[in-house]
Design a protein around this ligand. Structure first.
Ligand SMILES: [Zn+2]
Ligand SMILES: [Zn+2]
Length: 93
């Protein structure tokens, strides 16, 4: 699977980390944006290179269509619950 920033094509590395509102740091692309500690599903992910926000699903570029649909459905459900939540990068590529 190819994963990179839809705005600048930066690729998250195995040591890239994002920070959840619960204080947990982890690689968001290992869990499709879901925090492993509090299980919150993040819809927007910040790029560590250009600092732009993009929908988490936009980072996946060769996802099988059926998986993408399932993910979008989950995102739509999460969006109804928490419309303003955004996953902030730690600033360390
Ligand atoms: Zn970027
Ligand atoms: Zn969390």
């Amino acid at each position: 699977m190819e994963i990179y920033c839809p705005k600048c094509t930066w690729e998250p590395g195995p040591h890239s980390r994002w920070m959840c509102h619960c204080g947990h740091h982890w690689n968001a692309f290992e869990t499709q944006g879901r925090c492993p500690q509090c299980h919150f599903r993040w819809q927007h992910t910040q790029c560590h290179a250009c600092a732009e926000w993009s929908p988490h699903v936009d980072w996946y570029h060769d996802l099988p269509e059926i998986d993408l649909e399932a993910m979008l459905e989950e995102v739509a459900e999460a969006k109804q619950a928490e419309p303003q939540q955004r996953l902030r990068g730690t600033g360390h590529p």
